[in-house]
Design a protein around this ligand. Structure first.
Ligand code: ARG
Length: 461
């Protein structure tokens, strides 16, 4: 069947070049070769063991598939013009190698259950690798958090200085977001771990195809229940693309902070030379391109997700060729997010924190205003009244130029004890409530994070 199309019996003319150029997917789905071969090996073995094919045919097909596998591994597999996708290419080559037996590979199978099978195998493996990368990034954040000890920086709301927080608390805030991402990845893997093989084109088959047998051979946790659903379900691709998008968003907002932190204006961190770029014209420049692209690439990853969702919307059961459009967004999001996780982890691991600059910024007297109000509350003043009183002192300090600490020290309701709140590092020390930004809560939180990481590690496929 070399150079003949799979459906040549029904047609009197070969496909037009324009049709092939438009509909062929070999340019991108070649990436599924390993998974397509795995699916075909399981299918051929099942056909032999369930007596649909003579054992000798089954063996010949499997041997041919192994040879195709080694051709891919050694880079010697060559495509021909009629190879419209990876599935046709591999079947064509198996038939060249195994002759009449090869022509029996597709018995009781359709490309519809075949492509769904290969794609699920692929996503399962790739997402497991993504989960590992997310855990590596969490590990970097956690190790850096340990290294920086009691260093603190301003915590921000609205990007205005709000209250001092431990740097370790800030780093672990991102780590917690990534633990949820890792959890989502692992959950998505568990949900997609269903074999669609045996669903045929849409309705199953009259042949003695054993779907449970292929499920087990392929290591899927479950087998499909409904053939129409099995071949048309791409929620698993949408879900995978969403969890990747959420990771991209978390990388993006962290990237934005690193762009700010590494400016001269903030001066909170310096990137190592390996993880920064220079300018072609401005000799003094050192740019945080990894952090910027962590921010920039989130846009395209969001685009991949929304494009895919639009493709899936409104498709009638069961398979439609539209579904071929599931792969490029998925592949691109996987590539971008996996590379992003690695680049950002390396960048953070090698960066230098300027904790002196962070602390100077956090020691700004206004960052202590809330503590002064809370000091009054602890002595019985209603919070609203305390808030208004301190607000007035801040306003007076700003208009008169008298430092806030002096106004507090001279105030009859406040005085020297309250003024001591302005001493270096005192405000952050006092953030001791559950999950708070100070050192006591940090010890508890560190243990909690380590438990969460261990739980995720034990669930890694
Ligand atoms: N390349 C196709 C895809 O990715 C394979 C399935 C084609 N099936 C069909 N009935 N035309 O979806």
């Amino acid at each position: 069947m070399n150079d003949k199309h799979l459906w040549h019996g029904r047609f009197s003319k070969p496909p037009a070049d324009s049709l092939m150029a438009y509909t062929s997917s070999i340019g991108f789905d070649v990436r599924l070769w390993r998974d397509d071969i795995a699916g075909s090996v399981a299918h051929a073995q099942m056909l032999g063991s369930s007596g649909v094919l003579p054992q000798a045919d089954s063996d010949a097909i499997v041997a041919a598939l192994r040879r195709v596998e080694s051709e891919f591994e050694s880079g010697t597999f060559t495509l021909v013009e009629s190879d419209e996708d990876i599935h046709t290419a591999i079947e064509r080559r198996v038939t060249e190698i195994a002759g009449a037996a090869g022509a029996k590979l597709h018995t009781g199978r359709s490309r519809n259950d075949q492509v769904a099978t290969a794609l699920r195998l692929f996503v399962k493996r790739e997402l497991a690798a993504t989960a590992r990368r997310v855990l590596s990034l969490i590990d970097v954040l956690d190790r850096r958090a340990d290294e920086v000890g009691d260093a603190y920086l301003p915590g921000y709301t609205h990007l205005q200085r709000a209250q001092p927080v431990l740097l370790s608390h800030h780093l672990r805030a991102h780590a917690w977001a990534f633990t949820r991402d890792a959890e989502r990845v692992i959950d998505a893997i568990a949900r997609l771990d269903v074999s669609p093989l045996g669903a045929g084109a849409l309705a199953g088959t009259s042949l003695a195809v054993n779907a449970r047998d292929t499920q087990q051979r392929l290591g899927f946790g479950a087998v499909f229940a409904n053939s129409l659903d099995a071949v048309s379900d791409r929620d698993f691709v949408a879900e995978a693309t969403f969890v990747l998008t959420m990771i991209a968003l978390h990388l993006s907002r962290m990237g934005e902070e690193w762009v700010l932190w590494t400016t001269e204006e903030f001066g909170f961190a310096t990137l190592s030379d390996e993880h920064a770029t220079g300018s072609s014209m401005l000799p003094q420049k050192k740019n945080a391109d990894i952090a910027e692209l962590a921010r920039g690439k989130a846009g395209r990853v969001i685009g991949n997700l929304t494009g895919l969702l639009a493709t899936l919307k409104g498709l009638p059961l069961a398979y439609n060729r539209d579904l071929q459009e599931d792969k490029e967004p998925l592949f691109d999001s996987l590539d971008q997010v996996n590379r992003g996780l690695e680049a950002v982890a390396d960048m953070i691991a090698a960066a230098t924190f300027h904790t002196d600059a962070m602390q100077r910024a956090a020691d700004a007297p206004t960052a202590v205003a809330t503590d002064v109000a809370e000091w009054l509350v602890a002595r019985g003043m209603p919070f609203r009244q305390a808030h208004a009183k301190v607000g007035e002192l801040v306003s007076r300090s700003l208009s008169t130029g008298v430092p806030l600490v002096e106004l507090v020290g001279a105030d009859s309701e406040l005085g020297p004890q309250a003024a001591a709140l302005f001493d270096r590092g005192v405000a952050v020390q006092r953030r001791s409530s559950h999950g708070a930004a100070g050192p006591q809560a940090a010890v508890v939180q560190r243990d909690e994070l380590h438990r969460a990481i261990a739980a995720l590690q034990s669930r890694l496929p």
